[in-house]
Ligand binder design. Structure first.
Ligand code: ATP
Length: 135
């Protein structure tokens, strides 16, 4: 069965939205297979965000992801990767569609990084790579 890595980013955890976010994913019909709250290390984040090295938001992104704990989860189900990304909404929370996690719960806070509440893997290959980083 297909798996995806979901992270509730530090903004979601600090705003006490972890449960609400996970509940939306469960309510769509995906199975929660693994769950933990953890403080990310810089090494984990460098692996996780390797594709973004050198981009202007890379250092602000790592600083943001190190600013507090994250909740890491593995969800399972048919087409869960695509399904979760649809549920999460567009990267920029200001314009993410209403009805999505980012569209309903997020906005731009005027910082150098999009504080957009969640991460979800974008392919089977990245899901397996990311699951190995976090679990
Ligand atoms: P994620 O991978 O976290 O699910 P995504 O696939 O929508 O989000 P990516 O392009 O992979 O977005 O970027 C990873 C993260 O980097 C984003 O979720 C966001 O926090 C931050 N980010 C991406 N693009 C920008 C940008 N132009 N300005 C500021 N932050 C950005």
């Amino acid at each position: 069965v297909e798996r995806t890595l979901v992270l509730v980013k530090p903004d979601g955890v600090s705003r006490n939205l972890s449960g609400a976010i996970l509940a939306r994913v469960e309510a769509k019909g995906y199975r929660l297979a693994e769950l933990k709250k953890t403080a990310a290390s810089r090494e984990q984040l460098e692996q996780h965000y390797a594709e973004h090295v050198g981009k202007p938001f890379y250092e602000p992104l790592l600083d943001f992801m190190l600013s507090g704990p994250v909740v890491a989860a593995i969800f399972e189900g048919e087409r869960v990767i695509e399904g979760f990304r649809s549920l999460a909404g567009a990267t920029d929370p200001t314009v993410a569609a209403p009805g999505t996690i980012r569209g309903d719960l997020g906005r731009d806070w005027g910082l150098k990084v999009q504080q957009n509440l969640v991460h979800g893997s974008d392919s089977v290959e990245s899901a397996e790579r990311e699951i190995a980083i976090w679990f």
